[in-house]
Write a protein that binds this ligand. Sequence first.
Ligand SMILES: C[S@@+](CC[C@H](N)C(=O)[O-])C[C@H]1O[C@@H](n2cnc3c(N)ncnc32)[C@H](O)[C@@H]1O
Length: 315
Amino acid sequence: MKKTRINKITDIISYLERLKEQEPSIDYAIDQNLSFFKNIQSVKDFWRWMRKEYPTIDEKRIKELSDIGNKKHDINLHKNLIKLERGNIPGLIKPFVNSLYRYIAKQKSPLVVAELGAGSMELTRQLIGKLLKKDYSYPLTFVSFDQSEPARNVAQINLSCYNGNISFHEIDQLTSAELKKITDKQSKHIDVVLCKNDIFKMDEDFENKQFDLCYHSFFKHHLPEGKKEQLDNIISKTSKEIYEYDGYQSRYGTLVQALFTWNHPVLMNGAVLSNSRYYKKQMLAQRARKENIKLFKSSYGLIYRGTYLRIFNKQ
Ligand SMILES: C[S@@+](CC[C@H](N)C(=O)[O-])C[C@H]1O[C@@H](n2cnc3c(N)ncnc32)[C@H](O)[C@@H]1O
């Protein structure tokens, strides 16, 4: 029997209450998530929560359910995120797919590319689709990193639509030597390697500039503040060029997205709480004067999503 929205919320609340007894170190994040789920049972409560409680969230201590949830929540998030990312509204990843496509098409040489926090790999699925459609003919290896096993399983199924066109490898701990073996004997144009290496040890696992390009989307905000810079430094060693894509804060955009994802509580949690962790638009606009940062606003009538693309380490 199909679960109603309220049943799903009740299940998540019971899960979080059990987790609270086991994980006192993330008490704050669990309490905020409990408050979120208790207040999305009616539009009236949600509206009050958005006005009174949401502005008080500490962005340094908050986590989304996807960071503290179980396997079932993770699968649910990625499956629903795929649907959202495939749609034209609000055009979540379209500008990024286009930018990556332009970069790859311009190179005209074999490339090894890393994607961090790849989730369902919907972004790369759309990118591969575009490359195949344009008969892209240079050897290309995508290495996908994600710490979540359910996400990697969803990615494998998501990419199965290209089974005849790509070679797929699942290697728990990828080494530089193993990656070279794959790139040296490419039987098809496109190889995809799924791995679970610790991204904070990429500079130990891989050679200097082993990746021509490294990219990530809707991932950076999941990292605590100090870790963001640490990751930038690590991938600057292992990658020639880096494309970072994420959202920027918008209270109005969040409200509209919340209503848009209302029937999918796990996705709604990601849409609303991620906004409190995003960089502020003004801060990005200031940095954009010195750095290569582009702000996007995908808008469809009332629905819009603000995202940015930061390109760095350019050689
Ligand atoms: C919101 S999802 C985004 C997924 C995908 N990039 C997209 O745009 O649909 C964030 C992903 O980052 C992964 N993640 C979070 N922290 C990570 C870490 N330290 N190492 C590897 N993956 C991580 C999560 O498992 C999750 O799949």
